[in-house]
Design a protein around this ligand. Structure first.
Ligand SMILES: Nc1ncnc2c1ncn2[C@@H]1O[C@H](COP(=O)(O)OP(=O)(O)OP(=O)(O)O)[C@@H](O)[C@H]1O
Length: 667
């Protein structure tokens, strides 16, 4: 594998130093207590040698014991020092975290505001966890590396004081091994950096795939996405293995620097003792320094501590990227970088937002006349009478005085049998068990073949109602039935505001809801919704749309989705602001096509023209819902008049005649 170039670690260390700036007082206390803590390491070999030479080997065991008691006292002092170190260590580590977070947040925000850098959520949370990593490592280093370094120095000092000859025998291999290890540490650090980079890439690749799951499935790119993540995971594994291999060199270092001195001392001891250069007690004391302090310290230094040190360098060098001033360009591969590349990661989402909900039922029912429910309306919880637009408590009321209107001939399936009425009863819906209901006890009948526009202020619940009518949402209470049976996503087609076009041919997209679509039917649908020019520009029905989000505008995607639903055998179509990206002429043409199409049409309106084209208008505005024709509601509902006043009606829009004579009714 290739290892990432080692970032310059000095800025990282500078960042660390600056962030530790306010910790001088606690650092001084740590230094003082460290001296006490190192006392046993400094004195142990010397005390032991004295206990042997002047006590036990000289036939004075009580003297020997007295020296050992002194050693015990030094160990007790060390225990006290360790206890006393807790507070100043915490006073260094905790503020460090706060300071680093402050710098990272300031740097990230500054980068976003002044330099337009990406500030993805994953990047920010990654930085936060890196700050925590730095805090943890600094804490661990202070708890382990600091006493080890102090011990190492104290033991070497004690050995030198005890026996300069033995200090040389031990010191040479120890120094050599430490130097070799410091050189190796650089390679280990570089490999650790590669591990961090690989882990970041893996996290980004995984998050990207998870976020784009829906698109990936729609595009049939599961394999490609899996390959992408697998390749990144393999790189991460390679990086970890390479780091482990590089770290393994610590074994010979410890053998050379720790065990070899013991062997050398034992080999040299007889001659040195014989010549009187050292005493037997000094040899034992020297061995104590090496086995009791030097070897464990070397072991820890080259293992755990070196790992923590290189990790600290890597993490701080990554943090430096996030705290860089705003005029420093965001480095490639740096924290917070927006991933790029091929495959699903680089594939922009294509107008996600809810696909068509499906189709159902065989086409049935003849044409013919349908009579509306005119006259006075009454219902449980209230009554309505008079000049239109009166409302019952929990029901949508048709205006009194509504006249039966004869449907134009040839309206086909829209004058379907009464068995296909869309019936809403006591409909209540809330988005959560404790949430305020968006809809409360609504009752409404949309007769088969009707054309209903739903209007109301933003956020009032129009899309929620659309989802409930289409069976995409389940009511909290009440029922929505079509032809007497509960609606389900397979029976009603819903076109949401953000139309979904998947990568594939135009034919596949338009014919998606038609079992065995024939070309003529698809062409009719394309023409009806006004997508002929678009399909021609794309290259015909068999043209491939590789990148719907990149090649189609929002309006063009809406045209494709509209053609798809138009071609479907759905008996009820719900358009939820499905033409909002079309210009007014295109919207009028598309709505007219659906109005002429057999079946029931419910349109969530965002323009007055949509309401004008509909047979009936349902106003929901947070109070009682109101139902009537546009003209009736203008008179009877101040809320509707006010809403209509905000909408500009183009000339001629009001001339569109109702398509059916059946009223939406209160039942
Ligand atoms: N998934 C959801 N979870 C929780 N609350 C939601 C959810 N979807 C919508 N809402 C809330 O329900 C209410 C009705 O939303 P809905 O989208 O149905 O309104 P709308 O009339 O269609 O609005 P608009 O005209 O802006 O599209 C709003 O207050 C909205 O914030």
């Amino acid at each position: 594998m290739t290892t990432a170039p080692l970032a310059d670690w000095r800025p990282g260390m500078r960042l660390l130093r600056e962030s530790l700036h306010g910790s001088r007082g606690p650092a001084l206390r740590v230094a003082l207590w460290s001296v006490v803590e190192s006392a046993p390491a400094l004195a142990a070999g010397w005390v032991l040698a004295t206990a042997l030479d002047r006590g036990f080997l000289a036939g004075r065991p009580s003297t020997g014991l007295a020296w050992l008691v002194l050693l015990a006292v030094l160990y007790a002092a060390r225990a006290l020092a360790e206890r006393a170190l807790f507070d100043p260590l915490a006073q260094i580590v905790e503020p460090l975290r706060d300071e680093l977070v402050r710098r990272v947040v300031r740097g990230t925000l500054g980068g976003a505001v002044h330099h337009g850098r990406a500030t993805d959520a994953a990047g920010v949370s990654r930085l936060t966890s890196q700050v925590d990593g730095v805090r943890g490592i600094v804490g661990a280093l202070l708890r382990t590396a600091r006493p080890l370094a102090v011990t190492l120095a104290a033991a070497m000092l004690g050995l030198g004081a005890l026996s300069p000859v033995l200090a040389v025998v031990v010191g040479v291999p120890v120094t050599l091994s430490v130097v070799v290890f410091l050189v190796i540490l650089r390679a280990v650090t570089r490999r650790r950096l590669a591990v961090v980079v690989a882990e970041e890439e893996l996290a980004t690749a995984t998050a990207t795939v998870l976020e784009a799951g829906r698109d990936i499935t729609a595009l049939g790119a599961e394999e490609q996405a899996a390959d992408d993540v697998r390749r990144t995971a393999d790189r991460s594994v390679d990086a970890v293995l390479a780091t482990a291999r590089a770290g393994a060199v610590r074994v010979p270092v410890v053998l050379f620097g720790g065990q070899l001195p013991v062997l050398l001392m034992l080999l040299a001891a007889p001659a040195l003792v014989e010549r009187g250069a050292v005493s037997a007690g000094e040899v034992v004391g020297a061995v104590m320094y090496v086995t009791g302090y030097l070897i464990p310290a070397l072991n820890m230094m080259t293992g755990t501590v070196a790992g923590m040190w290189s990790q600290l360098r890597v993490l701080t060098s990554r943090l430096v990227l996030a705290t860089a001033p705003a005029d420093v360009p965001w480095p490639a591969g740096g924290a917070g970088e927006t991933p790029t590349g091929d495959g699903p990661r680089g594939t922009p989402a294509s107008g996600v937002g809810g696909a068509v909900s499906g189709v159902g039922g065989a086409v049935s029912g003849g044409g013919g006349m349908v009579s509306g429910v005119g006259g006075a309306v009454s219902g449980e919880g209230g009554s309505a009478s008079g000049g239109g637009g009166m409302v019952s408590d929990a029901e949508v009321a048709a205006p009194a005085g509504g006249r039966p209107v004869q449907a134009p001939a040839g309206d086909g399936l829209r004058e379907a049998s009464a068995g296909e009425d869309l019936v809403v009863r006591g409909l209540t819906f809330a988005y959560g068990p404790h949430a305020e209901p968006v809809l409360h006890g609504m009752s409404l009948t949309v007769p088969a073949g009707d054309h209903l526009a739903v209007v109301g202020p933003s956020g009032i619940g129009k899309s929620t109602l659309a989802g409930l009518l289409a069976g995409v949402e389940a009511p909290t209470a009440g029922t929505v039935t079509l032809g007497g049976t509960p609606v389900s996503p397979g029976r009603i087609a819903l076109v949401p505001q953000e139309a979904y076009v998947f990568a594939g041919t135009v034919r596949e997209n338009v014919g998606y809801l038609v079992p065995g679509p024939d070309t003529a039917a698809l062409e009719r649908a394309v023409e009806a919704v006004g997508a002929t020019d678009l399909v021609a520009r794309l290259g015909g029905l068999d043209a491939v749309i590789d990148d719907p989000a990149g090649t189609l505008s929002s309006g063009e995607r809406q045209l494709v989705a509209l053609a798809r639903v138009y071609a479907s055998p759905a008996r009820v179509v719900v358009l939820d602001e499905a033409t909002c990206h079309l210009d007014m002429a295109a919207e009028a043409a598309a709505e007219a096509a659906f109005a002429a199409r057999p079946g029931t049409l419910v349109v969530i309106a965002h323009r007055l023209t949509t309401a004008l084209r509909a047979r009936r208008v349902l106003l929901i505005d947070g109070g009682r819902p109101v139902l009537g024709s546009h003209a009736e509601l203008l008179v009877s509902s101040p809320a509707y008049a006010s809403l209509a006043g905000h909408w500009a009606a183009p000339a001629g829009a009001a001339s569109v005649a109702p398509r059916t004579d059946r009223d939406v009714s209160v039942t």
